[in-house]
Design a protein around this ligand. Structure first.
Ligand SMILES: [Zn+2]
Length: 213
């Protein structure tokens, strides 16, 4: 490719070198996907995917991996890159940190942020259809985004099993506590804030006197 910098900018991947662009049939048979092959810049520091600390090379790990990225026009985009392991002093052999994704995710952080933003505003079924991901993926993404926004501790973990999630928006400066009906996938309650008082307000609304609205 003559100029890959324009692709880095269009795809929002300033940290890497775009090496290849290929259009392929999608695995699910639903149209085509754009596969963007990227690699780390020469001399880039390798970091542990869990803690972000510098760590030496360990092995090739599971080889090449793909991450779903934001759509480009009408096609889905997959970022493809090697995912070697580093030998972290704390975590041992761990997949290297990918600058575009959260650890352990099949999606880029840009895709996840978009998904979480939408999940706070629309029925999960709507988000799932619009972004062409499963409902399970939507909830997994919301969990990762929220955990990151709350500094790695998931303060509402015990409650999420009953369908309560907190979602960050406006670049993590504000939070919504959202309650989702897992049977219908519909958002049934939401309020700004993410503390115990917010959750208590939900249970107050559930009281026999009915929603105060
Ligand atoms: Zn580590």
């Amino acid at each position: 490719m003559r100029d890959t910098r324009i692709w880095q900018r269009l795809l929002g991947l300033p940290q890497v070198v775009v090496e290849s662009l290929n259009v392929e049939e999608a695995d699910d048979g639903d149209g085509e996907v754009l596969v963007v092959g990227v690699r780390a810049r020469k001399g880039a520091v390798r970091r542990c995917g869990r803690c972000g600390r510098r760590a030496p090379w360990y092995d090739r790990g599971g080889g090449v991996r793909r991450w779903r990225h934001l759509d480009f026009g009408v096609v889905r985009v997959l970022i493809e890159a090697a995912a070697p392991r580093v030998d972290c002093p704390t975590h041992g052999p761990t997949v290297v940190q990918a600058p575009w994704a959260r650890h352990g995710s099949r999606f880029t952080a840009a895709f996840e942020d978009t998904c979480a933003w939408l999940a706070a505003r629309a029925a999960a079924s709507t988000v799932s259809q619009l972004l062409r991901v499963s409902w399970r993926a939507v909830t997994g993404i919301a969990g990762r985004v929220v955990t990151e926004a709350s500094g790695g501790t998931d303060r509402l973990a015990g409650l999420r099993r009953v369908g309560i999630d907190e979602v960050a928006y406006r670049k993590g400066q504000r939070y919504l506590t959202v309650v989702v009906d897992h049977d219908t996938g519909r958002l049934i309650w939401a309020r700004a804030g993410r503390d115990k008082a917010t959750v208590a307000a939900f249970f107050d609304d559930l009281a026999p006197s009915g929603p105060r609205s």
